[in-house]
Design a protein around this ligand. Sequence first.
Ligand code: 7RM
Length: 659
Amino acid sequence: MSDNSNAIESVLTETRKFPPPAEFTKHAMISSEQQYEEMWNRAKDDPAGFWGDIAQNELDWFQMYDSVMEGDMPETKWFTGGKINASYNCLDRHLLTWRKNKAAIIWEGEPGDTRTLTYQQLHHEVCKFASVLDKLGIEAGDRVTLYMPMVPELAIAMLACARVGATHSIIFGGFSADAIRDRNNDAQSKLVITADGGWRRGKEIPLKATVDDALADGKSPSVEKVVVVRRTGGDVSMEDGRDLWWHDLMEDAVADRECTHLDSEHPLFILYTSGSTGKPKGVLHTTAGYLLGTMMTSRWVFDFKDEDTYWCTADIGWITGHSYIVYGPLANGVTTMMYEGAPNWPDEGRFWDIVEKHKVNTFYTAPTAIRAFIKWGDNWPQQHDLSSLRLLGTVGEPINPEAWMWYHKTIGAEKCPIVDTWWQTETGGIMLSPLPGVTATKPGSCTKPLPGVVPAIVSEQGEPLEANQGGLLVMTQPWPHMLRTLYGDHDRFIETYFSKFDGKYYFAGDGARRDEDGYYWVMGRVDDVINVSGHRLSTMEVESALVSHESVAEAAVVGFPHDLKGEGICCFVIPKGEIATGDALEAAQKELIAHVRQQIGALATPDQIRFTAALPKTRSGKIMRRLLRDIAAGRESAGDTTTLEDYSVLASLRESDEG
Ligand code: 7RM
């Protein structure tokens, strides 16, 4: 188990409980325990009836579906026979209502420039870019890679892809050229959309140059064209016949592109995520189920009001941004904020400045950000008027109760409910979360399953466990917004998520316990995935990057508890030659850190490189990761652990343990 002992200890002894504020409950969409239980029980006993009613009432269909759900998990298909379009449901249908001139996106760039796009204006841009996609020969089913900063053009490109039925594959701007190349090739993308650069802490992130590198020397042979948004105005080289400026293409585009009528199960997007092997997995989501799931979960959890300004601080390059900046909020006709830059630029008060300036009502962020705010001091939030805030959320990793309490007091003024939302790239939308007007919260617990979610805590053998016994978190019933496959590798999809319990359950990869009140406490990953600042990373991915360096013979990578990041990255490396000392040691460490950044991206920057002459292994040759985790965390291990001899002693000591 990836081990965050401090956090686990504090959540085991946590007994505080915070009932939803009466004032919040009074206006909440779901406002009683009984209402929640009725919904939850109906969804469990009659999922087709429950989701069917919602799909009929809440989505706009070109053609009604024949059946709500078909087939057992993992092969469940939803709303088969239906024709629908996500772009229509996020845009066109709102133009027939008063929301036509409501702000859809309020965007704030890092340098302080802002843009607001109403639903009408966003629709106009999306229609134009959809016709550009037509012109470029993009057809329904084609894959399009997006490697973009947090600018409105990113949302426009996504919705334009959805409009014509192209499957978008967004790559977070922190990934390297090699990572883009691998994803282009895996998805066989025909088109890449990027920008000259994006702003981050006053510096330009050179996106186009990175794309050039990913495409150079025929490294991404499927890619025919590159569309470039001008954002920073920095110098870029444009390759004749391949590279096109967004603004040139948009100049002659006509905003008359209607939505393609797509099957409910038409692939909406692929999003690559780290698994327990080195090769990232292309999680595939399809149109109707995903849209319904993100629309309803965001409405229930964020209790959207029409006058809300809602801000999710994630990057759209992650699933949180897909589901809770773009698709969920826009399907609901809500005003969604988008911010381009860093939370500490130009100073550590930037987020609170944005909250005050735009009168943000709902604020959704990650525990890693909250820990950074705590470190930066209460002065920053206290200098701003945060009284517009009504609801707070967190996502991405377990939140330590201390951070929860700080968020509650310092940001929420003890009047805002906190929704701690547990979910994954694979689940598409929020699975476990308080309902802000209903659920009494406990710091560190993501509380209860949403309607339609039927989880269990089971042993390694799949037996259901009693309250307060730690075990594995599984889902026992399918839900509309679950992943359908791993792109191009259905066997791996079955193997990863369904083989552990003979196809009976969806295995999330997390360890958790349920307490005596039925509340869930998620402890963290039980596989070789680590969670660095809320970003998923496979230790094997980092190991592969390390051993691809000419000086490395072998490497083992583990996570360790990190005050700010949640988990840090610790690399044990056996060099091919002698272990360097002094200045040469430092240079060798720097070299490997740079190499990992180049192979994967800045988000995988190792915190520690520890050279060693040997790694502790079992007799069968398996690296004893638990031991390495102890060492990385500085936990008491049996004796001194700095030399080869000690490693081998430890190895034999722990062998029985690790099997
Ligand atoms: C949304 C997202 C998924 C992994 C998941 C967990 C961890 C996410 C919480 C959490 C405890 C939470 N997707 N995780 N949310 N752990 N409490 N509220 O983060 O695919 O990138 O990561 O993140 O381990 O399996 S993700």
